[in-house]
Design a protein around this ligand. Structure first.
Ligand code: ATP
Ligand code: MG
Ligand code: MG
Ligand code: MG
Length: 439
């Protein structure tokens, strides 16, 4: 992409309404525009990152055998009346009536609808196990939408639902989700710690929230510092192997890590003092096993091997796809701007032309631009007739992991400059060497 043809409305001023750094940087980098409280347009740069995050979520879900589908954003009230949540959900649910006076709502989540789909088509245990998920916009009329996309009213969520014959199978699905989530967040350059959470009115012991530690996080968390040393890395996993998935769950959840709702001072006190931490965190996902509650109410039954009709064991598993942009920026920025982890960066590298209009410099930039594309990379070429200082500031703000600076002085020596956004370190090398380094 050539910057002269892109739509990147960066702001020089820091927007007064933004209280936290990720919100400020997303506005300044021209990624989002607020349209109403908690409702945003995703401008090209923000949309690109959103799509990359979505892609990672899709890939990791599908590796585990979870099937994508797409349910609508608008739902009829009927199913929610059956489950009993239509009244219970309260003012966070956006309700309206259509022209025929039918009660409708903008979905805040999809347990009812997915259970209805499965109830309609699945009647035998032979169709199980089954996990269906979608990535779709949700609406929750949050009392206090704030912090940009971190607490929006309209937001993008991945929500997945498992349907299993037994509790044991459903807990395997729970463990599978835990593994997929660990991998998903790590690919985004994030450490998200699974913490024991409150299961709320549905009850049950099986729920973990995934939290990214950050001062601006809305959750209060308590943990054993040893947990921050764990990474899943690129180890292989057989998702069908129950014992293997269970072992990962045990590895990642055996140390103390809880949100304030489940915090237990006595248990916390048993950890050696130097390892006790209390901090703030951003909830970027949650997994949940809740049994047969919805399947009983919405009639999701199958016949088992003995010919008995039994309700399905279910769980639901969410990732805050749009919130993740904010969480990643909170975790990775400096005073000049965003520092995108390689896994989610909107462009792989930026090319800065220091003397636009100089034939040799322009030609070198074109060669670099084409060379990087030929390697399957997507560069952003700042080909505008602007001063170097402004170009550098824009690149630092939008946070691409690499910048290649091309100017007449370097070219005389046969070199361009490769700069890491993260370390700020620069290295001079030939143009082809720079392409090879980035590929
Ligand atoms: P929170 O405690 O932050 O209100 P939640 O527990 O109500 O979140 P879940 O129902 O668990 O949310 O939804 C799954 C995920 O969707 C959350 O872990 C979070 O990452 C994301 N999410 C929830 N509410 C919002 C929101 N208002 N804006 C952006 N993302 C959200
Ligand atoms: Mg909430
Ligand atoms: Mg929560
Ligand atoms: Mg939650």
């Amino acid at each position: 992409m050539r910057l002269s043809r892109y739509f990147l409305p960066v702001l020089k001023e820091t927007p007064a309404e933004a209280q936290i750094v990720s919100h400020r940087l997303m506005l300044r980098a021209g990624m989002i525009r607020q349209q109403a409280a908690g409702i945003y347009s995703w401008l090209p740069l923000g949309y690109k990152v959103l799509k990359r995050i979505e892609q990672i979520v899709h890939e990791e879900q599908q590796k585990a055998g979870h099937l994508p589908l797409l349910m609508p954003t608008l739902q009829s009230a009927e199913l929610w009346q059956k489950s009993g949540r239509y009244d219970a959900y309260g003012p966070e649910m956006l309700r309206f009536t259509d022209r025929h006076d039918r009660e409708m709502l903008y979905g805040p989540t999809n347990e009812e609808m997915i259970t209805d789909i499965v109830a309609a088509y699945v009647s035998s245990y032979k169709a199980l196990p089954l996990t269906l998920y979608h990535i779709q916009w949700k609406f929750r009329d949050e009392v206090r939408p704030r912090f940009g996309v971190m607490r929006g009213r309209e937001f993008l969520m991945k929500d997945g639902y498992n349907f299993d014959l037994t509790k044991e199978d459903a807990l395997h699905a729970y463990n599978r989700h835990l593994v997929t989530y660990l991998r998903t967040y790590e690919r985004m350059g994030l450490q998200a710690i699974p913490m024991r959470a409150d299961s709320g009115p549905i009850g049950g012991d099986y729920t973990h929230e995934f939290l990214v530690l950050a001062e601006t996080g809305e959750s209060e968390v308590f943990y054993d510092s040893e947990i921050t040393e764990l990474t899943f890395g690129d180890r292989a996993i057989d998702y069908d192997d129950k014992a293997e998935c269970q072992a990962v769950l045990e590895e990642f959840t055996s140390r103390y890590a809880r949100t304030d709702e489940t915090h237990d001072e006595a248990a916390f006190g048993e950890i050696p003092e130097e390892r006790r931490r209390s901090a703030r965190g951003i909830e970027v996902g949650q997994i949940f096993y809740f049994g047969t509650e919805y399947s009983e109410k919405l009639g999701a039954m199958v016949t088992d091997a003995e010919g008995q009709k039994v309700p399905l064991h279910m769980g639901s598993h969410g990732i805050g796809v749009s919130r993740l942009l904010g969480a990643i920026i909170e975790a990775s920025h400096d005073d000049k701007g965003i520092i995108w982890p390689e896994g989610v960066t909107p462009f792989h590298a930026g090319i800065v032309n220091l003397r636009q209009g100089d034939a040799a410099t322009d030609a070198a930039c074109e060669q670099l631009y084409a060379g990087l594309q030929a390697k399957g990379l997507e560069p952003l070429y700042d080909d505008r007739d602007e001063r170097a200082g402004g170009k550098f500031a824009t690149m630092d703000l939008i946070g691409l992991p690499w910048r290649v600076t091309v100017g007449p002085r370097g070219l005389e020596k046969g070199v361009v400059e490769l700069t890491s956004r993260k370390t700020g370190e620069s290295e001079e090398m030939g143009l082809e060497a720079a392409i090879d380094r980035l590929a």
